[in-house]
Design a protein around this ligand. Structure first.
Ligand SMILES: [Zn+2]
Length: 332
C-alpha cells in the first residue's frame, strides 16, 4: 500500500491547489487494497498532505461490516456517537490525526475515492432545479439527498445503491464524489465532470484569485476580486448566516460582523469591501475560501435563473455542535 501513497499525494496536491474544488480542510482522498485503506486525516488541507503521516490507515472491511449491521432506526445523535467510536476502532495506523469525518463512505466505495466541494458541482447541488439538470447532464451519476456529513451521509449513499459501482456521485448541498481504479483516473474523471459543468453554465471567467496578508490585528483579504464583489453588491453577504448552502459554511463562517466598529472573527466592511480575520493564518485562509465559494455559488445560481436551495437553520446548529466538526475547528 505504501507504494501508492505517492500517487495519492499527487492527487491531493493537484486538487488542493484549487479553491474552486476544495476550501479550507474540506474534501478528502482515499485509496484501498484488500487489506487496508489510506484516508486523509481530518482537518488537514488537501495541499498539506505530503507524507504517509498525514493519512490514517483503516480496516475498511470492518467499517463496511459496521454499516451493514447498524440499526437504521437509531436516533441520529446516538448513531453519530456509535459511528465515531466504531470507525476509531478500525484504525490500523495513524500519524496522530483522526480519520476524515467521511471515512465511512470512503470505506464503502471503490479503490480510489476523491471527494470535493467543487463550486461547479455545487451550482447544481444548491439549486432546486439541480437534481433534474444533473440527471440530464450525467445520466450515469447517482444523486444523494442532503444528509448530515458522517454516518448519516454514508448510510444514505449505501441506501441509494451508490456503493455498487457508481463512479460519479452528487451530494445535495455538499459536493461531489468520484470513484476510480487509480488516483490518475480519479483526477481525470473529476476534471471531466467539472469541465462539462463549466461548459454547460458558460463559466468562461477564471475563478477569483484568493490571497490573505497579515495586518496589525491578524489577517486581511488581499483578493481584489473579492473586494470588488463585496463593494458591488454588499447586501448579498448580509444574508450569509441565514443562507446555508453547504455544511462547511457553518464550520468556517460562524462569527461574522458587518460593522468595523464591532469587529468579530470575520469583519466585512461593506463600504470599503475589506475583510479582516481575527484568527490563525490557516483559519483565515479557510474562511476566505469559504466566503468566495459561497459567493460564487450564490451568484451563479442566481445569474443562471435557478433557485437557491438552502439548509435549515436547525441543521446548521446541529452541524456546528458535532464533535467531529469541533475537532476540525480546533486544529485550525
Ligand atoms: Zn464533504
Amino acid at each position: 500500500m505504501s507504494k501508492h501513497i505517492k500517487d495519492l499525494i499527487t492527487l491531493a496536491q493537484h486538487i488542493g491547489a484549487r479553491p474552486d474544488y476544495t476550501q479550507g480542510g474540506g474534501g478528502n482522498v482515499s485509496m484501498k487494497d484488500a487489506a487496508a485503506m489510506l484516508v486523509k486525516a481530518s482537518g488537514l488541507r488537501l495541499s498539506e498532505l505530503t507524507d504517509a503521516s498525514h493519512f490514517v490507515t483503516i480496516d475498511h472491511k470492518a467499517v463496511r461490516d459496521w454499516h451493514d449491521e447498524v440499526i437504521l432506526e437509531t436516533p441520529l445523535p446516538e448513531l453519530i456517537a456509535a459511528g465515531d467510536s466504531a470507525i476509531n476502532a478500525t484504525i490500523l495506523a495513524s500519524g496522530g490525526g483522526r480519520p476524515s469525518i467521511e471515512t465511512g463512505f470512503h470505506a464503502l466505495l471503490g479503490e480510489t475515492v476523491l471527494h470535493t466541494h467543487s463550486v461547479y458541482a455545487n451550482i447544481l447541488m444548491c439549486a432546486h432545479e439541480g437534481e433534474a439538470l444533473m440527471r440530464t447532464l450525467f445520466p450515469e451519476a447517482a444523486f444523494i439527498p442532503y444528509n448530515t456529513p458522517g454516518v448519516a451521509l454514508t448510510l444514505a449513499i449505501k441506501a441509494a445503491g451508490a456503493t455498487e459501482g457508481s463512479d460519479i456521485i452528487f451530494l445535495e448541498n455538499h459536493g461531489l464524489i468520484i470513484v476510480a481504479p487509480t488516483p490518475d483516473e480519479a483526477q481525470r474523471k473529476h476534471e471531466e465532470v467539472n469541465e462539462k459543468l463549466r461548459l454547460y453554465f458558460a463559466l468562461t471567467d477564471s475563478y477569483p484569485t484568493l490571497a490573505i496578508a497579515s495586518n496589525e490585528t491578524g489577517w486581511e483579504s488581499n483578493s481584489v476580486a473579492l473586494k470588488n464583489r463585496i463593494m458591488g453588491n454588499p447586501e448579498t453577504l448580509f444574508t450569509f448566516k441565514d443562507t446555508i448552502l453547504f455544511p462547511d459554511q457553518v464550520v468556517y463562517g460562524d462569527a461574522i460582523s458587518y460593522e468595523p466598529t464591532a469587529p468579530d472573527k470575520i469583519t466585512i466592511d461593506p463600504v470599503t469591501g475589506s475583510i479582516t480575520y481575527a484568527c490563525s493564518e490557516k483559519e483565515a485562509l479557510a474562511i476566505e475560501e469559504t466566503l468566495a465559494a459561497w459567493l460564487y455559488i450564490h451568484d451563479t445560481v442566481t445569474e443562471k435563473g435557478l433557485t437557491l436551495k438552502t439548509l435549515a437553520a436547525a441543521e446548521g446548529v446541529f452541524i456546528a455542535n458535532l464533535d467531529s466538526e469541533k475537532y476540525r475547528k480546533s486544529i485550525l
